[in-house]
Structure formats: structure tokens, C-alpha cells
Design a protein around this ligand. Structure first.
Ligand code: MN3
Length: 202
């Protein structure tokens, strides 16, 4: 069973002006699509092609670099599209309480997350995850790694992530990654984050 490019669930222009339609179109139909194609090529005819992306990530150190990069890329982008919305929303009371307890409040969390996103050298991601102790942690990963991977410095179940590869923002923001990071806060699908937080706390 081959891996497939998921539909976005909204229009390419839905997130404007924060993330422009052209960037969304290229990011989804070209970049994400290439990760899916390359993952299928790397896993065809092997046991890996029937595994879930979560399973693959969990033992990523046992897989090839092609599977790490493209499996990570497929997992990360499939999650990222769901975390974006023009519908607004806000963190649930339970999530806010955990942010207060584990990260020192919403402002401290935003500062830590923005800092993780801004200081990731080269390409990568910023994350908010629930770790094995059911605590919220902010981290960043290089390339297409993520906190599910056994190679991640900070491990956990990601509930929010931001792609800081240049392909995610360069057409509209050029070198202004911090502007893209602040715009991201306007298009977070908090209902999805809340749902993932609840599931990760079970
Ligand atoms: Mn990307």
C-alpha cells in the first residue's frame, strides 16, 4: 500500500495574507508530493511500505537516510496542514493550564517557540510536544526530523509544529523568517492542537 499525498482540507488561498496561496500550492503539490513519491520509491517492495508513519519515525535510526528524510517529510507536512486554519479558535482551558504549569504561561511559551523557530540554523521545524512524563516541551529539529524519532534530542508527541524551511515562506517573506513566524500565530488551528493535546495526555 503506497503512501499518498493528503488533501489540504482548505483552499490554497485560505491562509492569506499570513501564508500566501502560491507558497501553499508549491509547498503542498510540489514539496510535500516529492516527499511522498521519494518515500514510495525508498520503501517499495519492503516491509516498511505497510508501516504507519508513526511506527517508521519511532525506529528511524534503523532506516535509511532516504526513509528518514522523506518519511519525516511526509509525516511533518501531513500534520502541518491540519495545524493551519483561518477559523481562529484558542487553546483549551486544559492546554492553557498545562502551558502555565510546564512552560510558565502563554507569553513565555510563545517566546520559547518563536526562539526555537528563529534559531534553527538552516532547515527544520519548531515543535510543541507532550513528552513521556506528560509535560509540554518546546524544541526544534533539523531537516525533516521530528520529536517522534528515536534520534530526536527532545522526544515527545508533537501537537504543534512550524515548518521553517525557506520553501515555507521565501516567496512572500524572503529572508524575514521572524515575520513568517509571527504571522503563523494568526493561522493556528487551535481546535486541532487541543484535540492532539487531549489524545497525547491519555
Ligand atoms: Mn515544508
Amino acid at each position: 500500500m503506497a503512501f499518498e499525498l493528503p488533501a489540504l482540507g482548505y483552499e490554497y488561498n485560505s491562509l492569506e495574507p499570513h501564508i500566501d496561496a502560491r507558497t501553499m500550492e508549491i509547498h503542498h503539490s510540489k514539496h510535500h508530493n516529492a516527499y511522498v513519491t521519494n518515500l514510495n520509491n525508498a520503501t517499495a517492495g519492503t516491509a516498511v511500505e505497510t508501516m504507519s508513519l508513526e511506527e517508521i519515525c519511532k525506529n528511524i535510526s534503523q532506516h535509511s537516510m532516504a526513509i528518514r528524510n522523506n518519511g519525516g517529510g511526509h509525516y511533518n507536512h501531513s500534520l502541518f496542514w491540519k495545524l493551519l486554519s483561518n477559523a481562529g479558535g484558542s487553546p483549551s482551558a486544559a492546554l492553557l493550564a498545562a502551558i502555565e504549569k510546564d512552560l510558565g504561561g502563554m507569553e513565555a511559551f510563545k517566546t520559547a517557540f518563536n526562539n526555537a523557530a528563529a534559531t534553527r540554523f538552516g532547515s527544520g521545524w519548531a515543535w510543541l510536544s507532550v513528552n513521556a512524563d506528560k509535560k509540554l516541551v518546546v524544541s526544534s529539529t533539523p531537516n525533516q526530523d521530528n520529536p517522534l524519532m528515536d534520534v530526536a534530542e527532545v522526544k515527545g508527541t508533537p501537537i504543534l509544529g512550524l515548518d521553517v524551511w525557506e520553501h515555507a515562506y521565501y516567496l512572500h517573506y524572503q529572508n524575514r523568517r521572524p515575520d513568517y513566524i509571527s504571522a503563523f500565530w494568526n493561522v493556528i488551528n487551535w481546535n486541532e492542537v487541543n484535540k492532539r493535546f487531549e489524545a497525547a495526555m491519555l
